[in-house]
Design a protein around this ligand. Sequence first.
Ligand SMILES: [Zn+2]
Length: 342
Amino acid sequence: MLSLPFVWSDDCLRHEPEAEIWVGTRTPATEVPARAVAIRGSLLAAGAREVAATAHDDSALLAVHDPALVEFLHSAWEEWSAASLPSDRVVPYVFARPELTGGRESATPAAVWARPGLFAYDTMTLIGPGTWEAARAAVDVALTAVDLVAGGEPLAYACCRPPGHHVTHSLYGGSCYLNNAAIAATALLDKVGGPVAIVDIDAHHGNGTQELFLGRGDVLTASVHVDPGAGWFPHFLGFASENDEGNLNLPLASGARDVAWLAAVQRAAQFATRANALVVALGVDAAAGDPESPIEVTPAGYREAGRILGDLGLPTVVVQEGGYDLTTIGPLVVETLTGFAR
Ligand SMILES: [Zn+2]
C-alpha cells in the first residue's frame, strides 16, 4: 500500500485537445484527460491519499514564464473562437523566428490567427476551450505538492495534466503549456532552499526545463531520454554536448532496456546528490509498449528508478509528465512511487 499524498484537481481534465497537427496532418490526440483519470484510479486503489489542489497566486508561475506567454495562453481561446476561424483549435500557421526580424523583438500581429506564432514552437500543441483552465490548475497541483513537502511530507505526487517539461520561458510546445516541474522547483527553492535538482525521466528530453535553468546553478537539471539524434522530439536539443556543471543530458539509443535506462537514472541521481530538494519529472512513456517512444522499460524498471531516486533521501515532489498507454499509465506511476516510498 502507498501511504503518500497525491494532489488532484478536476480542472486538469478540462483540456481536450482532440487532435495534433503532425507533419501537416490532423491526427488523434494522445495527451487526453483519460490519462489523469487512469492515474488517479490506480493511486486510490493503491491506498494513496488524495489531496485537493489549492489556489495559488501567480508569483511562482511568473518567476518562470514570460508574462506575455501567460497572458496569451489565458486569452488565446477566447480571441480565437471570437474570430470565427476554420480551425476549432488555436494552431499557428506562421512562426516569429528571431532571424525573421534580425533578432529585434517581433511586432504583436494584428491578426488573431498570427498571434500563436509568437509563442508556439510546433503545430501539435493545440489550444481549445478549457486548455488554460487545465494548464493553470496543473500549476496549482504542483504548488500544492510543494506546500505538502515544505510542510514536512517527505514525498508528494502532483497529478499534473497537461504536462509541462517542453515549455521554455516564453514558448509552448510538445503538448505542454506551462512548465509545472520548473514552477515546482522554483517554489521549492523559495520554501526549502537550494540547490534544487530536477531529474526528468520522461522518455523525451526536458528541453524547456533545461533552457529555463541553464547556467543558473541554483536549479540543477538532469534528463534521461531517447537520443534526439535518432530522430526523436525535441529534435533540436537534448544532446550530451549541452552538459555543464548544472545540466546533465543522458541520451539513450532507441530500444534501450532496463539495464541501460537504470544506469542513466543512477547517474542522474548521483548528479542530484548535492541538491537540497528534488523534483522528479515523471514520464512513464519510456515504458515498453508506450506508443510515443522506443525505450523499453519494464514495470520493475520503474520501481527500481523510484528506489534509486528515493534513496537520495531528499524532500521530493514528483510531477507527472508523459505516458500515453491508458492501460499501463496508472500502474507504472504506482510502481515508481512504490519504489520511492519503500
Ligand atoms: Zn515524453
